[in-house]
Write a protein that binds this ligand. Structure first.
Ligand SMILES: CC(C)(COP(=O)(O)OP(=O)(O)OC[C@H]1O[C@@H](n2cnc3c(N)ncnc32)[C@H](O)[C@@H]1OP(=O)(O)O)[C@@H](O)C(=O)NCCC(=O)NCCS
Length: 174
């Protein structure tokens, strides 16, 4: 369990499946995420979800909860390249009631801290739609800086990164 300000990160569990299904079949959310709209039925999704929880996935996923235990989103890191010392970060605050209130920034802060404390990775990067100003603002608040653009599959992305040294320099001195 990782706690930063207003959020907790915890391991994913089967009880998250319904929220995740609702968010992955929400047209606005998947558009903001440049992801495909899920078309499978919930029973099928649940069965695949259970299989994935049992397998040792190479994607490290966490549920995002409020301090009183409400599941509001997910975050993850994946595409781990030990040679380059880097991984990609993903986040979705699926519950719109929690947008623009700092929950995303707390989540990203928690995940960056977890990665730099628990792994040897030196760099975390992400891509977000260049039209998604909310996401870019959120990531900038957490220390990410833009380093380029990517056009892929008809989407225009901003690429952002944070490296360990830069992140350490930004931490409050104790
Ligand atoms: C993107 C996301 C993670 C950000 O989390 P969040 O909790 O909403 O973000 P935060 O409140 O930490 O920060 C958002 C900032 O953007 C600002 N903002 C929002 N919309 C804005 C706009 N149109 N123009 C300028 N600033 C804007 C907010 O005011 C806030 O800044 P502030 O703290 O200085 O007031 C979350 O909204 C989300 O998951 N959205 C749906 C899915 C999505 O966009 N996924 C893409 C992720 S790559």
């Amino acid at each position: 369990m990782i706690i930063v300000n207003k959020i907790k990160l915890r391991d994913k569990r089967l009880a998250d499946a319904l929220d995740d299904y609702i968010w992955r079949t929400d047209a606005e959310l998947v558009r903001l995420d440049a992801a495909p709209l899920l078309t499978t039925t919930f029973p099928r999704y649940l069965s695949d979800y259970a299989d994935e929880l049992r397998s040792s996935s190479i994607r490290h996923r966490f549920a995002v909860e409020t301090l009183d235990g409400k599941h509001i989103g997910n975050c993850s890191y994946y595409g781990i390249d030990e040679t380059k010392g880097e991984a990609e970060l993903g986040i979705m605050i699926g519950n719109r009631d929690y947008w623009d209130k700092g929950y995303g920034a707390d989540t990203v802060t928690a995940l960056i801290s977890y990665i730099f404390h628990q792994t040897n990775l030196e760099r975390i990067y992400l891509k977000t739609l260049d039209s998604n100003i909310r996401a870019q603002k959120c990531f900038q608040k957490c220390g990410f800086t833009p380093y380029g653009h990517l056009d892929r599959d008809g989407f225009n992305f901003v690429l952002m990164e944070v490296n360990r040294k830069q992140w350490q320099e930004q931490q409050p001195k104790t």
